[in-house]
Write a protein that binds this ligand. Structure first.
Ligand code: SF4
Length: 372
């Protein structure tokens, strides 16, 4: 990131929970020509800024489809970014007059809502899947648009978790610190800062090892509230300023910060189980083997390495069902409708319903089904 971009990064990161629309249409990166790749993304400001940063030194055309100002994964899962939006930007931008090829590179995470085959059928443009993360795009382009296996999977590294913790905590910190300052206590302001950073930073740092579903969730979050309170009281003690009123306020801050954070982490960390996900959509991905022809489109779009192609049997297999986050991408992309969701009681949700309703962990979580 260039230093002059820092204020924009700060604003976009602070507000990343909310839609933030960039203009749709065509963006030139570098000096693209008639053979340059054509990449597709949504019109979420933060994504476009990061893409331009990541692709510095490359010559590409970037098509920004209308994702309603939401990031690609959430927009596609929620039904706000579909193949119609991609087809629309291909036509309106008149990219076909600027290049000699007819190939789009789609972000893999839009597979929950953008049907690749429909784009080819309607426009004549073929579409291939790019990496799940934009950081992997330069390598993908250097390898002449060849994807390596690890680039298909979603990762959530520490620095991104810290960025998320900043997104969650800045408003809380602002309220708590301004409140403490308003009642005239810098010691209390520092204490509130320490409490919130202790809780939010700690939870996000430890997220891959945390249990955030079921009854144990409250114990887990309670433990972090105690840690945050301890950190805040430690600050007060170091400043020699721990009255009983201060202790009550520090405890209150710990409870509020923990409560806000534990409402649901699903939107922030869709690849970890969440309260909403566990209780509102207990369906599991299910394979009808007789329909599977081994096209393996599902394997290409699964961000969690759940599915594998068995070359001998020429069939896909569900290898790691416990890793499935019910994004529905495999179901939407399967040309044979061989995948679907199945509930414990035997009811199934077929692919056509999932395509129509966006029943997945980001979009609609339940649909009315007939009894089995
Ligand atoms: S197997 Fe699960 S995680 Fe993988 S694409 Fe299908 S629904 Fe998504």
């Amino acid at each position: 990131m260039r230093p002059r971009d820092f204020p924009h990064w700060l604003r976009d990161t602070m507000l990343r929970m909310f839609p933030h629309r960039a203009p749709t249409g065509l963006v030139r990166i570098g000096n693209p020509g008639r053979e340059s790749p054509v990449l597709v993304t949504g019109n979420f400001t933060l994504t476009i800024r990061r893409l331009i940063d990541a692709l510095r030194g490359h010559d590409v055309w970037l098509l920004c489809a209308n994702s309603k100002g939401i990031n690609v994964w959430c927009a596609a899962g929620g039904g706000h970014l579909t193949h119609h939006d991609v087809i629309s930007v291909v036509r309106i931008s008149r990219i076909g007059e600027l290049v000699d090829h007819r190939e789009l590179v789609l972000p893999q995470l839009c597979a929950t809502g953008v049907e690749r085959r429909k784009i080819a059928e309607i426009t004549g443009w073929s579409a291939r899947w790019g990496p799940a993360r934009l950081e992997d795009l330069p390598g993908f382009l250097r390898r002449r648009r060849h994807l390596v296996k690890g680039e298909r999977f979603v990762r959530f590294p520490l620095w991104e978790r810290m960025e998320m913790s900043f997104m969650w905590s800045w408003a809380l910190i602002a309220v708590a610190v301004l409140g403490a300052w308003g009642i005239g206590s810098w010691a209390l302001a520092l204490c509130a800062l320490a409490v919130i950073l202790g809780i939010v930073g700690g939870i996000f740092a430890a997220l891959p090892w945390l249990i955030v579903t079921g009854p144990k969730r409250w114990l887990t979050f309670g433990a972090f509230a105690v840690v945050g309170f301890g950190v805040g009281v430690g600050v007060l003690a170091a400043l020699g300023s721990a009255t009983s009123a201060h202790l009550w306020l520090a405890a209150g801050t710990a409870v509020v910060a923990t409560g806000v954070l534990s409402v649901d982490l699903a939107g922030t960390t869709p690849w970890y189980g969440s309260y909403i996900n566990r209780f509102h959509n207990p369906a599991l991905v299910d394979l009808v083997e007789t329909r599977c022809t081994g096209a393996a489109e599902c394997v290409q779009v699964c961000p969690r390495d759940v599915l594998e192609m068995n070359g001998h049997r020429r069939k896909v297999e569900i290898k790691r069902p416990d890793q499935c986050i019910q994004c529905g991408a495999c179901i939407v992309q399967c040309p044979e409708d061989a995948l679907r969701f199945r509930y414990d009681d035997g009811r199934v949700v077929e692919a056509a319903t999932i395509r129509r309703t966006r029943m997945n962990m980001v979009g609609q979580r339940t649909v009315e089904l007939p009894e089995p």
